[in-house]
Design a protein around this ligand. Sequence first.
Ligand code: TRP
Length: 456
Amino acid sequence: MSSTTSIHGMWSSRLAFILAATGSAVGLGNVWRFPYTAGEYGGGAFVLVYLACVAAIGLPIMMAEVMIGRRGRQSPINTMRALARDEGVSPLWQLLGWMGILAGFLILSFYSVIAGWTLAYVVRAGAGTFSGADAAAAEALFSALVADPERLLAWHTIFMVMTVLVVARGVASGLERAVRWLMPALFVLLALMVFYAAQAGDFAAGLEYMFYPDFAELGAHPGEAVLSAMGQAFFSLSLGMGAIMIYGSYLNSRASIGQNAIIIAGMDTLVALLAGMAIFPIVLANGLEPGSGPGLIFQTLPIAFGQMPGGALFGTVFFVLLVFAAWTSAISLLEPMVAWLVENRGFSRPRAAALGGVVVWLLGIACLLSLNVWSDITVFGKGFLDLFDYVTANVLLPLGGVFIAIFAGWIMRRASSEDELGLRGSSLAFRAWWVLVRFVAPACVVLVFLHAIGLI
Ligand code: TRP
């Protein structure tokens, strides 16, 4: 088992790793992206495919990513280079790390814009703007924000500065403390929201919408829906770009990777399902359209906060927690490239974080302008924000995931994997993982790709 440590610091305990990785996984992907994507593809069937992807593809790849990271102990690029050398295969495997950096840039650029919406909603909730809001008022509030590039730019900038500041200080110090109480708090508040939705919304309809799979709802292009469900699983679990890999590189050598991965994926999935259960009953009770797109939670939750007793307080706390959840995710998107700049270019952490932050900030401007001033500039029929979201979640992350699975399942010696995972090769757990990572996960991703482009 590798007993080395990373030059970038180490988690102080196994719990610290679980918290940090859960902090990376739980974010806007769960609360913002999951409900609106599920809504676009009609609910139940999408949710079922999503859950299957988490279990059959996400979990084994998460174990592979942590394992590779911990063995390499460096940024994803250098980890892949080092492990490829150890196994005597082509140094081209480091391209996996580069693809991850690209995906990280693209994701963070739009992620920060959406986190900016969340920041704006903290202020709105605190100011009592939602009080008495109905569906039309909530819609109007959201549209006014999205149409205003200056406000979007201000919030995007604030969020990027927040992210760069933490990454500049080193991930292990600030992050551990923050996530320790934020995650449980977000969880409790989401549970309260579900409770409220059960009282005030149409709970039965909401649950049926989410959990009754009607495959006809996947629409005219079910391949597209399945691809999006798989993309959502990768996005939500932070897989395929090296974020979980670099967090694994800060994990001490004794912690059990399988157990940790199950806990992290389980909590991430639970938060997504809670978010859906909080939102869909309100959506359906107020005659809103589940498929209305990225604005869904920002048009739904204000109605709830506007009507519930103490809604201004609850709303403020809720959006503050969501900002924190987004923050702990954003940090993990920036960390791989910062680690690489420190390792290979001799940058100090603050300088590396600032450089990465500026590049992402500029790309983010293109994203926020695509919502208004540049709304007629499209590539493949999508503005920059939608395009970056689509290409990363549905193409780059699954592609990265396939290569991670292939590397872990076919390139690394079986004995190395047994050793790193701390499992006996004859154990059921190891054999299950082995089959999933070698065959099931890569085959599923490839089949979903082929199906989505209409080849099968
Ligand atoms: N998983 C996070 C969310 O759901 C977003 C995220 C953080 C991410 N790091 C990532 C997505 C790495 C893909 C890859 O909000």
